[in-house]
Design a protein around this ligand. Structure first.
Ligand code: GUN
Length: 289
């Protein structure tokens, strides 16, 4: 079997167009949704992510406010900026770009974001709600994976979903989302014994380990749906361009899967689309619409 690609770029564009239309409708009589973004320090990857998020906001009509702070900023200073955004009526969502510099207490900062404005879905109140079955905001990457599965009409109920990875941002919420839709969920991690055998029992395999091309073709059940959340830059040697790869060896897995997300162009583009969706929903709730 040769897999068909799940086109994350296409689905992300579709979702963003739906969001743009909805915002155009509400802004006839109300203010636009507002997103406050805090970037601390000068991590180049974070700078790129934040710029991409803001460009996407602009395209769909979300008003975004960026607060850029030096790496020397203290926890108290970051907290003061979070409070300022929390008190701002025109701001519906607050995003503090991760990772924060070593001198800033990430947990304290995340706890200071009001759960009603936590469009990243990282606050314990939102994580708890998800686990109890009445979600408010869901973390954007796992929400994006669910959106892809839905839009591709993948059957989830009763199917065996194996997740490789247990991070708070991806692996854990991914398991809760699939369980809520009646999948039989197996959560794997770096200490799981016989990982290839467990993976090869998956109807839906979600890999989020951050280990480039770790999952091989022989680990894939023929006909499985393979979702690759990873993205790593691999050097091809001197003078050659770096290559972007996922956590799954795409060439091998595509020989056995029925559907697979490519890297890049699979899960990645959906993450931003879900941030915009969460920001829109926050605005709708806060405006009473
Ligand atoms: N850093 C990497 N991914 C994310 C994300 O989804 N949200 C935030 N706030 N920081 C990140």
């Amino acid at each position: 079997m040769v897999a068909r690609n799940i086109d994350g770029k296409k689905w992300s564009a579709t979702v963003q167009e739906e969001i743009r239309q909805k915002i155009a409708e509400i802004t006839k009589s109300h203010r636009p949704p507002g997103l406050g973004v805090i970037l601390v320090g000068d991590d180049p990857a974070s700078r790129i992510y934040v710029t991409r998020k803001e460009e996407a906001c602009q395209k769909v009509g979300i008003h975004s406010v960026e607060i850029t702070l030096p790496a020397s900023t203290t926890t108290e200073e970051v907290l003061a900026h979070v409070k300022q955004l929390a008190d701002d009526e025109a701001i519906d969502g607050i995003l503090v770009q991760d990772p924060l510099p070593a001198g800033v207490d990430t947990r304290q900062v995340l706890l200071a974001i009001p759960p009603e404005k936590d469009v990243d879905g990282f606050h314990p109140d939102n994580v708890g709600r998800l686990s109890l079955g009445y979600p408010r905001f869901v973390a954007c990457t796992p929400a994006g994976v669910m959106e892809l599965l839905h839009r591709e009409n993948v059957t989830i109920r009763g199917k065996r979903a194996v997740i490789v990875g247990r991070s708070n941002i991806v692996g854990k919420p991914m398991g809760m989302l699939l369980l809520a839709e009646d999948a039989t969920v197996i959560q794997c991690h770096s200490r799981t014994e016989c990982l290839p055998v467990v993976c090869s029992s998956a109807d839906i395999l979600v890999v989020a380990t951050g280990r480039p091309e770790m999952v091989r073709g022989s680990w894939i059940k023929p006909g499985a749906v393979v979702i690759d959340v990873g993205i790593s830059r691999i050097s091809q040697g001197e003078g050659k361009k770096d290559k972007l790869v996922g956590d799954v060896c795409y060439a091998e897995a595509a020989e056995r899967a029925s559907l697979i997300t490519p890297v890049p162009g699979g899960v990645g583009p959906m993450t931003i689309a879900m941030l915009l969706k969460n920001s829109l929903h926050s605005a709708l709730w806060r405006l009473g619409l």
